[in-house]
Design a protein around this ligand. Structure first.
Ligand code: MN
Ligand code: MN
Length: 320
């Protein structure tokens, strides 16, 4: 039986000590032999307002020390079923956004030569564009579950095509997305015009505004998402600012009236059964994370993503 990598336990090494990898998993130099990997993408030069997400991956890893292997709702430990390691950070260029974007695409293209599912630790939301470019080279246009306070479909920002508010406009234009299999959840607050959220709808994407989520479980919505997505490849991108700032203040562009952490769990757990090919968690900005809880939430949501990866669920099923 394969010996899978296990997180270093809190009773074997104090939680405040030991390696600085995600969940204190072994570090790996490449994705060879891995079913899934954590990859840090430290950058914030795509940010339009408050920066700081360059510190996101390190802080998410720091706060991941509290996570134990077993999901106590599903009673499954992803580490019993797949090989996972932390492949470290992408050496982004802090002076050049376009070069950083190229480096991310190049790194993901390398990773995806292996049958691995990457889980990205951001980093500002610009990073999802080069990831989708790499994904589309391997899988063709993918479905998208995009959880965010913002649509991120600006045509330009300060005349620039590449920024953290434009990735999904570019992704649609470049044919990286299967728009009928895309959904944006949690969009809200104020816009530059009354039809800001209609552009993705016109492309065939489904938009579920935060008001449609208020005061209710998102489990029924996710059943609809699973039938929308079918068995084709799906990428999950989770912007931490989808959450209400009461939960997650540590981000650059907060908006009131956001999702709860329970709804975040319902969304991610509701992805069980999707053919997930990659995930990311973006926009954690530690300098604004006064309580430290934003990074804790991010680490937990990344763990929850691991728990719904197709290989984990398939292998846990066949063993049961
Ligand atoms: Mn975003
Ligand atoms: Mn956002």
């Amino acid at each position: 039986m394969t010996e899978y990598n296990q997180p270093l336990g809190g009773n074997d090494m104090p939680r405040f000590a030991g390696p600085g990898t995600m969940m204190r998993l072994p570090a790996a130099q490449s994705a060879a032999g891995l079913d899934a990997c954590f990859v840090g993408i430290p950058m914030d030069i795509g940010t339009s307002h408050r920066a700081g997400t360059r510190f996101g991956p390190r802080q998410i890893r720091a706060e991941s020390v509290m996570i134990r292997p077993y999901n106590m709702w599903s009673r499954i430990s992803p580490f019993d079923h797949i090989q996972i390691a932390d492949v470290g950070d992408i050496a982004t260029n802090p002076f050049d956004l376009k070069k950083s974007v190229a480096l991310i695409e190049q790194t993901y293209t390398e990773l995806l030569k292996h049958p691995v599912i990457p889980l990205g630790l951001g980093g500002d939301h610009t990073l999802t564009l080069p990831i989708l470019r790499a994904m589309a080279k391997k899988h063709g246009p993918v479905g998208l579950v995009h959880v965010d306070a913002h649509a991120d479909i600006n045509e330009h920002m300060f005349g620039e095509e590449i920024a953290h508010g434009t990735p999904f406009r570019r992704a649609v234009e470049e044919g990286l997305l299967d728009c009928k299999r895309c959904i944006q959840i949690g969009l809200r607050a104020t816009g530059y015009s009354d039809d800001d959220f209609d552009w993705p709808r016109k492309q065939g994407m489904r938009v579920v505004q935060a008001e449609e989520c208020w005061h209710q479980s998102l489990t029924p919505l996710m059943a609809e998402v699973r039938s929308q997505m079918g068995q084709g490849p799906v990428y999950l991108t989770y912007d931490i600012d989808s959450l209400d700032p009461a939960y997650a203040p540590g981000t650059g562009t907060i908006e009131i009236g956001g999702l709860t952490t329970v709804q975040a769990l319902e969304i991610i757990r509701g992805c069980a059964g999707l053919n997930l090919v990659g995930c990311d968690l973006v926009e954690v900005s530690p300098p604004y994370d006064t309580s430290g809880s934003t990074a804790v939430i991010a680490a937990n949501l990344l763990y929850e993503m691991l728990c719904v990866l197709p290989q984990v669920l398939d292998r846990a099923d066949s063993r049961a």
